[in-house]
Ligand binder design. Structure first.
Ligand SMILES: Cc1cc2nc3c(=O)[nH]c(=O)nc-3n(C[C@H](O)[C@H](O)[C@H](O)COP(=O)(O)OP(=O)(O)OC[C@H]3O[C@@H](n4cnc5c(N)ncnc54)[C@H](O)[C@@H]3O)c2cc1C
Length: 414
């Protein structure tokens, strides 16, 4: 029977970053996953490290957009009809959290954590030999209607208050940054301080390799075997049971399976999302991620091609894939950028683990001594992995956390 100081359950970007931060503090740590490192949600995202986040993605306030979604005419969101009654209570909470006052509150609460996102990645990348995947070329968002651009005013005001630089651009200004974009839009916003990765999976693997080099142990096992053992916890793995006084649950969209066993219920839903990868036609190229805001998809240059990621799909996490959003996106996307043939042969599906207030839970699990939670990173788990890792490791090691953990406490849902 192995004994460690801490067990981290889940080896996505969040769990791997936590494990690395713990081992850097001199703890013996087992990182447990039933699959290989970084191969789930953290594998197929859009690769954006978005420390500039002001408002999270919101419930549509425009009735016309809502009607288009309801009639399955919108590429912004899709849903599986049979799942709607199940997710309806969550959607109502999400709609309530999307009111302007709540969004402004969100922006103030989350700023300290998001502000550290890029630098925390840079530090881990430097020691993990992963800096070559980092691109500090910002994020370009394009808007096809004057109306959607005008709706950004509250975000611009807050960005100014927080000192976040941005440039409002017309088509020519956007094309100076991205010459291959076609003039299918009327306005653009360039966020120069956003960063992106050319291979998010490789970065998680590099952090895991660094963790192992510092003495951490990666083990195959099922988190659902976690149980109390004396004063601590035990998880059964392919290499036998592992005991530890502290456990971190970082299971991404699978967290509710474990939480239910522990009698903990938090309002987590998944916003499923897909990706497909394409070659660029001719000499066309992209230097940074581009969001086509009115149609809710993103294109990011990756080592594997131009990765197109979709917006939200509301369906059960394990329901069969229904990638219908691509049918709606493709004609529009080809008018924005010269996408060529597919560079992959299958469509990737992932599930963003989301709480209705768009804030993760990072901290102690109520009523379960020694159990810590790092879950619900929603649209920005790649962004926040290393910052979350540092904050939770500091708390577990008894150090003062570098930013106030109060906005991320689980108790807000109890
Ligand atoms: C289409 C799409 C685009 C996105 N784009 C971005 C972006 O540009 N920037 C950004 O910051 N974020 C983005 N995200 C969100 C981001 O990918 C997630 O928030 C993040 O990957 C969550 O990481 P995680 O470590 O919590 O979860 P995961 O990566 O899913 O890791 C959880 C781990 O737990 C393991 N596990 C589950 N159950 C068990 C069990 N019973 N036993 C053992 N192990 C188990 C899994 O195998 C997995 O390895 C995007 C998401 C999607 C779907």
């Amino acid at each position: 029977m192995a004994r460690t100081d801490a067990i981290v359950l889940g080896a996505g970007i969040v769990g791997t970053s936590i494990a690395l931060h713990l081992v850097k503090r001199g703890m013996s740590v087992a990182l447990v996953d039933r699959a290989a490192i970084g191969e789930q949600t953290s594998y197929g995202n859009a690769g954006i490290i978005e420390g500039n986040t002001v408002f999270p993605p919101t419930f549509p306030s425009d009735p016309a957009t809502l009607v288009r979604i309801l009639f399955k005419q919108s590429s912004i969101a899709n849903y599986q009809l049979s799942f709607l009654p199940k997710v309806a209570p969550w959607l109502l909470k999400f709609r309530s959290a999307s009111r302007t006052g709540r969004l402004i509150e969100f922006a103030h609460l989350i700023r300290p954590l998001y502000a550290s996102a890029v630098t925390e990645h840079e530090k881990l990348m430097a020691e993990s030999g992963a800096t070559q995947y980092l691109r500090k070329t910002g994020w370009l968002k394009v808007y096809r209607s004057a109306r959607s651009f005008a709706a950004l005013k509250p975000e611009f005001d807050l960005a100014a208050e927080f000192g976040l630089p941005l440039q409002r651009l017309d088509v020519t200004g956007a094309q100076e940054l991205e010459p291959s974009l076609k003039p299918a839009f009327s306005h653009a916003v360039f966020w120069p301080e956003a960063a992106s990765l050319s291979n998010p999976y490789a970065v998680t693997c590099a952090y895991a390799a660094r963790f192992a080099a510092l003495g951490g142990v990666v083990v195959n096992g099922d988190a659902l075997t976690l149980h109390r053992s004396g004063q601590g916890w035990r998880v059964e793995t392919n290499e036998g049971g592992i005991d530890a006084p502290a456990v971190v649950l970082a299971l991404g969209p699978w967290a509710p399976d474990m939480l239910a066993k522990l009698g903990l219920r938090f309002p987590m839903a998944v916003k499923r999302g897909y990706h497909r990868q394409f070659r660029a036609e001719g000499n066309a190229s992209l230097a940074r991620p581009v969001l086509d805001a009115d149609f809710g998809y993103c294109i990011t240059p990756m080592e594997m091609g131009i990765r197109m990621t979709t917006g939200a799909e509301f369906a059960a996490r394990d329901a069969p894939p229904t990638p219908v959003q691509f049918d709606r996106i493709m004609p529009r996307a080809r008018k924005l950028f010269p996408l060529g043939d597919r560079a992959d042969d299958k469509t990737w599906l992932g599930s963003r683990p989301c709480f209705p207030d768009s804030r993760p839970i990072i901290g102690r699990a109520p009523g379960h001594p020694g159990l810590w939670l790092a879950i619900g990173h929603a649209h920005w788990g790649l962004t926040l992995g290393p910052a979350t890792g540092r904050m939770i490791a500091e708390m577990m090691a008894g150090e003062p956390p570098f930013c106030d953990p109060a906005p991320y406490r689980a108790e807000r849902f109890l």
